[in-house]
Design a protein around this ligand. Sequence first.
Ligand SMILES: [Zn+2]
Length: 102
Amino acid sequence: MPDGNGPVRMTDEIEDTIEQRKVRESVTQEVLRRDNFECQVHMMQVWLAVEWRGRLDPHHVAPVSRFPELRHDKANLLTVCRAHHDAIHGHPERARSLELLA
Ligand SMILES: [Zn+2]
């Protein structure tokens, strides 16, 4: 029987199953620990006009939209602060030139 009463699915995050979410959370923690809980863009000394802001998130260098299989690949993840995450996605060409985006 089709289930028409489920939540509206709008983002990948909502589509995550509980199992996927567990994997994502553990990968996130491993990546943050590997990167010493420091924004790697700040560590690269680029985009320093941008102030460290907000929580740290793993950034996908190869975008999940094009490379879904790399979603939980730690080699494809970089710890970044919220401000730099916004900068990377707001300036994709510059991010590509800095090898922060594939
Ligand atoms: Zn940063």
